[in-house]
Ligand binder design. Sequence first.
Ligand code: FE
Length: 332
Amino acid sequence: MRSVIFSVLFSLTGLPLASLAADEVVVYSARKEHLIKPLFEAFEKDTGIQVKYITDKAGPLLQRLKAEGKRSPADMLMTVDAGNLWHAAETGVLAPTQSDILERAVPAYLKDPQNRWFGITVRARTIVYNKDRVEPEELSTYEALADEKWKGRLCLRTSKKVYNQSLVAMMISRHGEQQAAEIVSGWVNNLALPPFSNDTKTMQAVSSGQCDIAIVNTYYFGRLEKKDPQINLALFWPNQRSSGVHVNVSGAGITQHAKHKKEARQLLEWLVSDKAQSMLAGLNMEYPVNSNVAIPSQVKNWGVFKADDINLSEAGRLQSSAVKLMDKSGYR
Ligand code: FE
């Protein structure tokens, strides 16, 4: 486990040591260091509050929080996917935060109804297609990818990944188990190849013509497009006349046993500020939760879309049903 407490040097802030000693906040982060480090440095500069953090995968961080209990040094948990955030809240490691700033900046469907976690960035999980082999007019919805027309033409990432568990959980919420199971079985029937371990490999298979369409998070598409602006792939926004595009969040919540509640709250509120939001959107090509903030130009070029606005806590509530359903449907 590569989890080392990382203290940012005092000299970065230019503030005297005494003023920093009392003001700190400790974050357990499942977001990678290259994404959070510039943010935390900017927060330190703005507030004089020192951010200490460790990074690890969401599962181990949650285990650690539970094991440490009251003795935990963590004030905040940051992770991706509403499924993970929901789990953290359900296991009791997060405490509610009442804040007008968070209330205003974060749309209700992108946060915990009990305010134990808040979305910080939005990611869209949408359809990507091979431009040489598919016309966008042929596409319509996630559900329609189960049609026979796509037999041998679909690629998917593994069902073990929480992103797909959340997508299927939201379909259960929308359609009920039976209809969701029919759709997922249809996808499995249409697979050109066994599911891939990640979104990038899935898209590479689409690009090389091993399959024609897939479902991926937009920022992974953004990374490929940045490397090769002429890439033969394009995004499609499905369900625009029905439920909208499936979105998810990266988010954070303050821990039950936070020793620096005030500072943690200040950090959480800062993360949804215009400044932090535009940094975040630029760093990983995600969408800001705060609608005041401009979207980076590459992301803007993908066009506007209607998002599914069912509360994301459904992704957690129905996660175990989704896992069972995918297993039964033969989605590995
Ligand atoms: Fe990801």
